[in-house]
Ligand binder design. Structure first.
Ligand SMILES: [Zn+2]
Length: 261
């Protein structure tokens, strides 16, 4: 049986994949996803909607859990320290702990309930997303850009390694991995077209690797939204060798296609 492999490229734009001629990202069917039902384009909300086929209602990237009492504060700060080891200033100033949305917050079953599956850091589903948000750099100046890039790249290689390991396991029917780099760095580089071109070139190179690795499997690449001048846009893409739609799909239309494949 062919496995289903889903690769989330956060923040890659349909129109820029065409603009930068990213051939490896355009499989048998390539198109734009309709995400117009979302009044705000928030990453875990859109991915949560993709994996459930139901439009989720997370109001922001994270929910803020107020820190109350010393014992609780110490416990939470320990967790924050573990995730962001260098945010000492931020930790001392913290009055609330940001918690990312995860499967506890989702409404409905997910594609992961329907198959013997593995999810690797899917926003809105998995617990921790260890990449540091760019606002930590721009607002708090806790890290250098160099340190940040190193962290983001380490994260990519870690996720690719997990994907390879998952692929070796027996009887796995579905694997989904999420790559956050393209969202994070397009925010960081804002309107730098040279950096943008490099980011798309790199996404294309990774897609090439994945196309080789999974040439005999069912493959779906997609993004949750596009990005332009540092702002999320309604320009999400999908690309697949096994899914086809008669008209432009909504992000919630993929669920049925995937579970019925
Ligand atoms: Zn996103």
């Amino acid at each position: 049986m062919r496995k289903i492999i889903i690769i989330g490229f956060d923040g890659l734009s349909y129109s820029k994949i065409i603009k930068y001629n990213c051939k490896e990202l355009t499989l048998k069917e390539f198109g734009q996803i309709n995400i117009n039902d979302f009044s705000k384009l928030i990453t875990p909300t859109i991915w949560g909607s993709f994996i459930t086929g139901k439009q989720q209602k997370f109001p922001s990237l994270t929910k803020m859990i107020p820190i109350k009492g010393k014992e609780k504060k110490d416990r939470i700060l320990k967790i924050v320290q573990k995730i962001y080891p260098q945010t000492i200033d931020l930790r001392n100033r913290a009055t609330a702990y940001p918690k990312l949305y995860d499967k506890e917050d989702l409404e409905g079953e997910t594609i992961f309930d329907k198959f013997k599956s593995i999810s690797i850091k899917v926003p809105g589903y998995d617990e921790l997303q260890c990449t540091i948000p760019p606002y930590v750099i721009t607002n708090f100046k806790c890290f250098s850009e160099e340190y940040y890039l190193d962290e983001v790249n380490k994260n990519i290689w870690w996720r690719l390694k997990k994907l390879k390991e998952a692929n070796k396991l027996k009887n796995i029917e579905l694997i989904m991995v999420h790559f956050h780099k393209w969202d994070l760095l397009q925010h960081l580089y804002f309107n730098n077209k040279k950096k943008e071109a490099e980011l798309y070139k790199e996404a294309n190179a990774i897609a090439k690797k994945l196309n080789n690795m999974f040439q005999h499997e069912k493959l779906l690449f997609l993004s949750d939204h596009g990005l332009d001048k540092g702002i999320h846009t309604y320009d999400a893409f999908y690309s697949s060798n096994f899914i086809s739609f008669k008209k432009q799909p909504k992000i919630t239309d993929f669920y049925k296609k995937i579970i019925n494949t």
